[in-house]
Design a protein around this ligand. Structure first.
Ligand code: ZN
Ligand code: ZN
Length: 161
């Protein structure tokens, strides 16, 4: 896990601000408040279904449609980031968290976060070659994590015996 960055507003305040500056101001509903509070109580990568499941366990009942709509708004408001790999969509905190990239294990689905200043400046360089100004980036490197690699290797050894 990376270090959080200092932000001036709480996630709730930031979302409130977003809703009030929509072309048509929207109400910050109790269900949305519960969701924002729940999501920002821990930093994890999550998908919509597991979030719904976790919230239900915590006694927060939100309909599927409301949950999906709210997640889209949270991405739009800059609070969450959407990570898409193949047919899978994962969410994570964007607000109050540094821009970082991921290594994704295709065997167990684990996401390893990393920050790399050299990569950062390389990406800026590539962008500027195209006259492009980089605001953020979202790189997902696919492969096999250390544990899964080890498991695979020991299986292979067993096969040889
Ligand atoms: Zn793995
Ligand atoms: Zn992440």
């Amino acid at each position: 896990m990376l270090h959080a960055v200092q932000v001036s507003l709480t996630p709730e305040q930031k979302f409130q601000e977003y809703l009030s500056t929509r072309p048509r101001a929207q109400r910050f509903t109790g269900q949305q408040k519960d969701m924002v509070r729940f999501i920002f109580s821990s930093h994890e990568h999550f998908d919509a279904d597991s979030l719904l499941e976790e919230m239900r366990k915590a006694g927060i009942v939100v309909s599927r449609a409301t949950a999906y709509r709210t997640l889209t708004k949270l991405v739009d408001a800059g609070l969450l980031r959407r990570l898409v790999t193949g047919s899978k969509t994962t969410f994570e905190h964007d607000y109050g968290y540094p821009n970082h990239d991921h290594l994704r294990c295709s065997a167990c689905g684990k996401m390893i976060e990393f920050e790399n200043p050299e990569l950062e400046s390389k990406l800026k360089e590539v962008a500027s070659l195209h006259g492009f100004q980089m605001d953020s980036h979202s790189l997902i490197v696919q492969g096999t994590c250390a544990e899964c690699k080890k498991a695979k290797n020991s299986r292979r050894k067993l096969d040889l015996i």
